[in-house]
Design a protein around this ligand. Sequence first.
Ligand code: WT7
Length: 647
Amino acid sequence: MSDKTYPVPAEWAARAFLDADEYAAMYQASVADPDGFWAEHGKRIHWFSPFTTVKNTSFIPGQVSIKWFEDGITNVAYNCIDRHLAERADQVAIIWEGDNPSESKTITYGELAAEVNKFANVLRNRDVQKGDRVTIYMPMIPEAAYAMLACARLGAIHSVVFGGFSPDSLAGRISDCESRCIITADEGLRGGRKVPLKANVDAAIERLGGGVDHVIVVRRTGGAVNMEPIRDVWYHEAADLVSDECPAEHMNAEDPLFILYTSGSTGKPKGVLHTTGGYLVYASMTHQYVFDYHEGDVYWCTADVGWVTGHSYIVYGPLANGATTLMFEGVPNYPSVSRFWEVIDKHQVNIFYTAPTAIRALMQSGEEPVRKTSRASLRLLGSVGEPINPEAWEWYHRVVGEGRCPIVDTWWQTETGGILITPLPGATALKPGSATHPFFGVKPEVVDAEGKVLDGATEGNLVIADSWPGQMRTVYGDHERFEQTYFATYPGKYFTGDGCRRDADGYYWITGRVDDVINVSGHRMGTAEVESALVAHPNVSEAAVVGFPHDIKGQGIYAYVTLMADVQPSEELRKELVAWVRKEIGPIASPDLIQFAPGLPKTRSGKIMRRILRKIAEDQFENLGDTSTLADPGVVDDLVTNRQNKK
Ligand code: WT7
């Protein structure tokens, strides 16, 4: 932990929307009278027909229900596009920077309107209607945003699946929400390498044995792909036949906008459901205040649209605010480790939002690749996805931001829809590694294992005591799981799954997940998912997966694997298992370490004691805790000896 404090720079105090006193007053108002506060701020988006009620929410187990602005009528795409046309048809909405530095383009709001309308008409011609689910499996090209906005325009519910997921993972997500229409590209392009997106879609549909009526294929690389007659269509051919006008469907505030699958501590990924009005109010408001977005600023969030960060802070928040948002197809180290900084200079980026894992990876190449670029346009830096260690924070601040740019360390989750705990650049003195204070309307509490609310400087589990407009509404198709996962542990409160410390100044420090979710390079992974992939291999009898501290990724994946009786451990098998998991789930789930274990530590009732496995993976052998309930204590000695041998 670092106890250094960085005061708000004078320049920021003068230019920002809010200073410290204004933040404090507004925060007080937001929690004292949520109805009054959000009635006012709900007006920041355009409503075809205004809401007359504001907050109608219950966290009580058995009757969890979350509704905001419930009788208001609006449309997200209308808010992100049409509403701006009178004033900014010629302003750039999206700057697209390709994987290859020689490729980039800009799309104005006027052009965005035409593109999204065409895309919506292509969908409409394939009978996509309000409430239908559409799966989007795309590279980071403007068409990914057009596709999302086209769904929003028609009232169809999109489910974006990250392009790094395997055909199996994709198939699971298509079938869970019963998408009959899939939007993809021939191939993706990342770091000079091609990703076979269309081939993966074909494999996923084959695994499902059908059920998909339409596959719309955007041409990106021009690589050869199989096109199934009738089912598959090239987007450019279909788009040529349709008009660039398409009315925006009138949507109720609580009509679903999108599903996004995310990993939990048990079972298969959950379809997190977000709705229309509250989500957009919250995404746009956080985008404006957290990034202090002013007219004319160029804003760049390096996430992929396959994650919630891409939804809220590349597409919906920025576009609802009439911003210029940069969309990057590539990776931080291609063609060189200066790429981020070169893109910042090329497009004169003012606000830059990335993940700690990228910072840590780039730090390894030293300061020179950064210093050789100007970055004079930069004014604000942001961090998201995992705790940022103070060393990485200091480097980001001193080297990337030349000491002049505040860093907003934004804590939130797929479930929260938008940022919940964060500094505001003109209002908050920063402490490296702390996400600092709650955003408007957010009531964080630190509780102990029994749910007792802890006061003052303390440490425990992070819960949120009341609803905010961007909150997820349910797990798609499984409201019971929604209640169980988030409202049963601490009845009446939203349980985040994160541990948290609050210091004497009231600053929040997120310490990481306290459940069986691990965070690998800012990507969320359920240990149970990796385990079930491993045990699906014919040579594996049992597997237990835990996270361990990793210099670059934050957490790495540590897998303990027990083989079938007649199988011998080998280097070859180890490699095969890594490849197997990549194939089953996707490259982001590759185990970093596999330890062959003749036995796993279990209680007498057969429950695997993960606490012990975590300690061994963390190299904390002296600190294994109570092992008296183990069925066979000898197993642990074995594991420790093996772990130590490998060091
Ligand atoms: C988990 C949510 C929110 C968009 C990206 C991740 C961790 C996220 C921070 C932060 C410490 C953070 C938490 C959280 N996390 N941001 N600034 N400081 N931890 O979304 O995949 O739903 O993961 O990411 O552990 O629970 P996600």
